[in-house]
Design a protein around this ligand. Structure first.
Ligand code: ASP
Length: 480
């Protein structure tokens, strides 16, 4: 199969007759003078010589809020660099380009016999382009435009797209979760073969967990996908992740809520992670999503999907039913404990009427002694308090130390090996369903979608998701 074509964000042509002020868009003061002095403008390809070295790139418009002391260029890696005007000795124009940042939305070519996939867009970098007015990444790709950028999708499936929201994922919340869960259930009922959810990566693991609880027993794969690098950058993972996700949704036998993102640091394969065991683990690497305390579900590349385990929910062809339950109590907090934490934080939550608190405790699940009276108050106020571990890997054990037993007497319930964020959204979901704290406890401690496992793999627990060649190289370099 051919590689997806690069984003053609720019077409090279002769400089258009733009109004004079647009030629230096956003530049003023010393920076404007410098551009004029060397006869270059916004969108010029330039070689800049400066006392700090030589820079090569394309002159970008300045943000309205930018200073007047720098010329900003986009270099080949995709990063933007500001070159200080007072250090510049020479600028040569080597070319000129006019930007076309709008990729035309194309109707997806329907082909008889291909699986039908629905892409629900929520926003994030995968749905973004750069806004050169502010220099910010803004949500501006519609899912239809995504197809315009990745035509290879048509080899995999018949795709329909729908933009539900256009938000960065820190803005996802109860309202969006419910709309998304309902949209997924609606598509399942219509009889799609698979669903892809385009999502910002930052909180994708929250949404994957929420959907794992809200949309149960899906007969088809529900695949969340995002990208760490926007599609205007040569190292963007947007196209490949999307191709992998579409393939997983169209062909995979795994009918679960999953996250599909880069596996190793190379583009060898993507990984399918179970929605309740996955976490974003690096702020900028493309291979940021890792299955925690377990083995990922499968690898996926353009050719095939290879399951890494057998205990997954199977696709049910012809079935159009799932179990939808969109309950969500918002008065739940997730507290990351730190030494010297004051109990007033817990007191405040109780006073504010919070109904649930998940604590990410130290080690096996601890908080300091001064917090105990606050935990007792929470218990008396019928606030559900659950303990998880900051270590992420491993189980809460509150029977090992006396302190753990004390906390259990104060009503703190160990949440086994649920990840803190997963325990948080599950508690929102459980408290949304019932006021009965015994029933909440039963819901919390009964696994729904693999969020609690009987055991975690003991060997290679950090890397059972693809070797990292650079780590191997580093370690073997130290063997003498
Ligand atoms: N801030 C973005 C988001 O989570 C990052 C991304 O999409 O990767 O929406």
């Amino acid at each position: 199969m051919a590689r997806p074509p690069r984003n053609k964000n720019t077409v090279r042509k002769k400089a258009p007759k733009a109004p004079a002020q647009d030629l230096h868009k956003g530049y003023r003061g010393a920076a404007l003078e410098c551009l004029k002095k060397f006869g270059v403008k916004v969108w010029s390809d330039v070689l800049i010589d400066s006392s700090r070295g030589r820079f090569e790139g394309r002159v970008l418009p300045r943000a309205e809020s930018g200073d007047d002391q720098h010329i900003v260029i986009k270099i080949a890696s995709g990063y933007n660099v500001g070159v200080a005007v007072d250090a510049i000795t020479d600028i040569k124009e080597t070319g000129y380009a006019v930007a076309h940042y709008k990729i035309p939305e194309k109707e997806f070519p329907f082909k008889e016999g291909r699986p039908f996939v629905k892409l629900l867009g929520t926003g994030g970098t995968i749905a973004s382009r750069l806004d050169y007015r502010t220099g910010a990444v803004i949500p501006a790709f519609t899912p239809g435009e995504l197809y315009g950028a990745v035509p290879e999708l048509a080899d995999i499936c018949n795709l329909e797209t729908e933009k539900l929201f256009g938000v960065f994922s820190e803005n996802m919340g109860a309202q969006e979760y419910v709309v998304l869960a309902k949209a997924i259930a609606r598509e399942i009922e219509k009889g799609v073969d698979g669903i892809v959810v385009g999502h910002g990566t930052d909180t994708m693991h929250h949404t994957a967990a929420v959907l794992s609880f809200m949309v149960q027993k899906s007969p088809v794969p529900v695949v969340l996908v995002g990208s760490q690098r926007s599609s205007d950058r040569p190292s963007s993972d947007a196209a490949l992740n999307l191709i992998h996700a579409a393939k997983a949704a169209a062909e995979s036998d795994i009918a679960e809520v999953m996250v599909c993102m880069f596996g190793p640091t190379s583009d060898l394969y993507g990984l399918l992670h179970r929605g309740t065991r996955v976490r974003k683990m690096h702020s900028s690497y493309r291979s940021t999503f890792r299955t925690i305390g377990d083995v990922p579900l499968a690898t996926v590349n353009r050719e095939r999907i290879a399951p890494l385990r057998d205990d997954y929910a199977r696709r049910r062809p012809g079935d159009r039913k799932c179990v939808l339950n969109t309950a969500f109590e918002e008065r739940v907090a997730l507290i990351y404990y730190y030494p010297n934490m004051y109990p007033d934080i817990l007191d405040a939550l109780v006073d504010l009427g919070y109904r649930g608190i998940v604590i990410a405790g130290t080690g096996l699940g601890h908080v300091n002694k001064p917090c105990y009276p606050a935990l007792k108050r929470a218990q008396e106020a019928r606030v559900a308090v659950y303990m998880t571990v900051q270590t992420l890997w491993g189980y809460v054990h509150m029977d090992v130390y006396e302190t753990g037993r004390d906390m259990q007497r104060l009503g703190v319930i160990p949440a086994q090996n649920m990840l803190p964020e997963v325990a948080y959204v599950k508690l929102c979901w459980a408290l949304g369903r019932t006021d009965d704290l015994d029933e909440v406890r039963r819901i919390m401690l009964t696994p729904v979608a693999g969020e609690i496992t009987d055991r975690e793999p003991t060997n290679g627990y950090l890397i059972l998701q693809g070797g990292l060649p650079e780590v191997e190289e580093f370690i073997s370099g130290h063997w003498k």
